[in-house]
Design a protein. Sequence first.
Lengths: 90, 382
Amino acid sequence: MSVVRVPPVLRAEAGGKREVEASGATVRELLEDLTARVPALGAKVYGAGVLQSFVNVYVDGEDVRTLRGLDTPVRDGSTVILLPAMAGGC
Amino acid sequence: MTTYRELLARTKTEISEVDARGAQALDGAAWIDIREQDEWQEGHLPGAVHVPRGNLESRIETTVPNKATPVILYCASGNRSAFAAKTLEELDYTNVHSLTGGFTDWKRNGLEIVMPRTLSPEKRTRYSRHLLIPEIGEAGQLKLLDSRILLIGAGGLGSPASLYLAAAGVGTLGIVDADIVDETNLQRQIAHSLETLGMPKVDSAKRALNALNPDVEVVTYRERLTSENIDRILDDGWDVIVDGADNFPTRYLVNDASVWRGIPVVHGSIYRFEGQVTVFKPHEGPCYRCLFPEPPPPELAPSCAEGGVLGVLPGMVGTLQTNEAIKLAAEIGEPLVGRLLLLDALATEFNEVRIERRTDCPVCGDHPTITEYIDYVEFCAR
């Protein structure tokens, strides 16, 4: 089981939670499990086998796009950060 | 009973003395001026480092770490430097020489001297807490006073950033903002006040910065940054950009221009309790497009005006940005290049993720496909 950090703009989709749990041996499996557990959140970041391009995914501090993308392995107990850009300087 | 004259004469027999020509023949030598501050200010030898006699023992090992390096010590006439040479030999420096005749003979013989740039007594007092830090010191403070930093936005992030940059003695601050100060700003935008309600933010900020530090020249641009005006503003010459913009089109615009011009951008963004900080240093690390090739859809990019922000959060993120800007300007420390700092104020938690330059980045990559300004509003609305 891994911890998935939910960005503030997607917390409504996660019932207000800052983090949720999901499991999987790869990023793809983890996102599919996330979609099954929290469909509204999963649908915003992942759909039809594709990671939305505006969301960065970090597994233990590393951008999966610089690793093996959706095939990047996830360890049990990994921290996964979902991160879209924020514009505000307000 | 030994007299001063006897001690001096004996010391000179125990050390090596060189004249100007002999000293200039010593390759790779460290030239150390051991005179007092007021003597140094009246001129010194080219390439010399100032280590006053009173601090010689404590500072020499950081100034000249390798004890086999040739060291030339000089004072006004060659007497204090003779005693200093003896001291360095006791510290196991093996190639130490005292310059005969010192600075006085050097100057009398018409050899080149350098007039140092130094801080005025008033500035030495104002910046005394910086001068005490070895990493900054007088040279670093002079770099800050010479530096020019452009702030995009005089709002939540720009307020604390501009105040601390002005306090630090950054010589020239540019501020770009088209907005007017209103009551909802005062919960966090600490450069503004009840007295400046209704005033353009750039003028309100300038007033606060001038009141804090008149050494700082404040250049105001009361306009919204666009593809049409950005070149004119950047042509004024800026060493660092502090990006505190409140919208995606401006962020991508600032990125593209800064990559093309090679200006580092200290990025900060905030929403509710969370912040992101990093430094985009063109071609040395990733750019904003490497980190976020595209913005989120508008419904996932609410502004603070729509979603709110904890008042102190821009203070935390804006001061982290200021720290990075000062380090870049003073050329010290490890800037946040290739690292994105994530701050969660509700949990009081900092996380860091690694970010890399993308070789396929359309702007800073190996084969750029975007080489001139695009329609940023359209790009961010897709």
